[in-house]
Design a protein around this ligand. Sequence first.
Ligand SMILES: Cc1cc2nc3c(=O)[nH]c(=O)nc-3n(C[C@H](O)[C@H](O)[C@H](O)COP(=O)(O)O)c2cc1C
Length: 234
Amino acid sequence: MRKFKKQPLTHAQINAIIHAAQQAPSSANMQPYSIIGITDPDRKKELARRSENPPIVECGYLFIFCADLYRLMETASEEERVKMKSNLSFNYFYQMALVSSSIALQNANLAAESLGLGSVIIAGVTRALPQLERWLELPELVIPIVGLAVGVPDQIPEQKPRLPQQAVFFEDHYTKDLKADVEEYDRETMRYYTTRSSNSQKASWSGKNKKMLTADLPLDFWTDYVRGKGLDLR
Ligand SMILES: Cc1cc2nc3c(=O)[nH]c(=O)nc-3n(C[C@H](O)[C@H](O)[C@H](O)COP(=O)(O)O)c2cc1C
């Protein structure tokens, strides 16, 4: 969904979305995520600009999903805290936090859709990590992952084609030679991108991936950021 009516979500809609997110399963029931709503229009504008996602400005509500390993230590003694923080630095717990946050995120996404709303997940909001840190007053071990912009739809989005099933689902062993399937998908996505009604472009799935992943990506800051949040990942 890339176009929203300028209509805020109701409290009932926000509560239903959060309720659905919280029903998600999570690793060892740690519920290692927090969801923070951004209500200030200037902050939404700034996030839209930095993530190059104009729909954020118009959307009815913007949720920021964060991996959260902080709350787990809430009742811990100083001694327990030291040991817990050391264990939380195993990559394993960060992964479990990301997976659990993602499941809650998709529950929220589906709940929004079932309420007749539209939504878009936006990892680009993390280009504003320093601002999010400051505005949201995030403690250590709380790491913003993505934004979820939800609102009243102002378009009927076209369905983006997916990879052929045999390129994604395998039985008994992984299939390495996927070139023919990927080439077929490239032709299909080329048709989709060149003919779609908005933001049409001459692009294919492989073309987009190659463009993105052969660039010099300034993403080192993410590793430093996560370390700076108290997760000395190992
Ligand atoms: C983890 C994740 C991060 C995403 N981040 C962005 C983003 O930063 N900007 C954006 O425009 N779309 C973003 N999206 C939306 C995807 O581009 C979109 O879901 C994908 O192209 C498939 O299209 P569809 O959802 O319309 O079927 C993200 C989706 C996911 C799941």
